[in-house]
Ligand binder design. Structure first.
Ligand code: HEC
Length: 243
């Protein structure tokens, strides 16, 4: 009976394991921590400087982001407002979508909700999996997004990667890893850390209410602890007469 149940479970869960695989490419785990304000701020800086030129995060306003991440309105205006005029503006792309479509063949999608549609692991792996491909129009390809129209916009940081390709038993070629063909300004560790911060920020972007929920959660736990002490004292008081 037990074996049968396990078999049924395994069959039911199989589609989940396939779906989580992201098309057969292994995704790397990433340490997401929305309480890490410094990481969120660094991620925001990268996002605004390097992504908003093409992509929008059209459901977020600069000042809301500043408030949530503990960046003052003046600092937002001074350091993060390249693509807009007022801190109350939505985070729209600099490049008009029609031009982008003409240049890249496909319009860069809005990134507000990408951390939810693709998942943090996917974004983290994607941003670290660009490699040189002379046959591609942009000169770049990506292990998790084959024939992607996006060029590797952070190659100066990461450097240029070349794929290590191996054939499996059926003669099909797979990318098993990368080697750095041309060094960037960051070490591998620094680049991974920057991509972790960027992914962390995009998780916040996709669900800003998560931060509020964490705060409420803390108050609830505090309340429960205080309530437990009160309940315990009350119980002692009631039982005094019984004993
Ligand atoms: C030069 C323009 C350009 C810049 C700058 C750029 N992207 Fe892109 N990006 C694109 C284009 C074009 C696509 C669409 C690719 C496709 O569909 O083939 C894309 C696709 C993506 C996707 C896949 C979205 C999905 O769900 O399919 C992600 C994630 C992404 N970009 C993240 C970023 C991040 C993060 C940055 C900043 C570090 C960035 N991009 C900067 C042009 C750009």
């Amino acid at each position: 009976m037990k074996k049968k149940l396990i078999t049924i479970f395994a069959i039911l869960l199989f589609p989940l394991t396939v779906a989580a695989g992201g098309g057969g490419v292994a995704l790397d785990p990433v340490n997401i921590n929305l309480n890490d304000k410094e990481s969120l701020q660094k991620g925001a800086r990268t996002f605004v400087n390097y992504c908003l030129s093409c992509h929008s995060a059209g459901y977020m306003r600069y000042n809301r982001m500043g408030q949530d991440l503990g960046i003052s309105e003046e600092l937002v205006a001074e350091n993060l407002l390249f693509a807009a005029e007022k801190t109350g503006d939505l985070m729209k792309a600099v490049m008009p979508a029609a031009d982008a479509k003409k240049w890249f063949g496909t319009a860069p999608p809005d990134l507000t909700l990408t951390a939810r549609s693709r998942g943090p692991k996917w974004i983290y792996t994607y941003m670290r999996s660009f490699y040189r491909d002379e046959s591609a129009p942009s000169g770049w390809n990506n292990k998790v997004f084959a024939h992607v129209a996006m060029p590797h916009v952070l190659y100066e940081w990461q450097g240029e990667q070349r794929p290590i390709i191996e054939k499996d038993s059926h003669g099909v070629e797979h990318i098993t890893g990368f080697e750095i063909a041309k060094a960037g300004t960051m070490t591998e560790k620094e680049y991974n850390e920057a991509m972790r911060d960027l992914t962390n920020f995009m998780v916040y972007l996709a669900e800003p209410a998560k931060l509020v929920r964490y705060k409420i959660g803390l108050y609830v736990i505090l309340f429960l602890i205080i309530f437990m002490v009160a309940a315990y004292m009350l119980k002692k008081e009631y039982w005094k007469d019984v004993h």
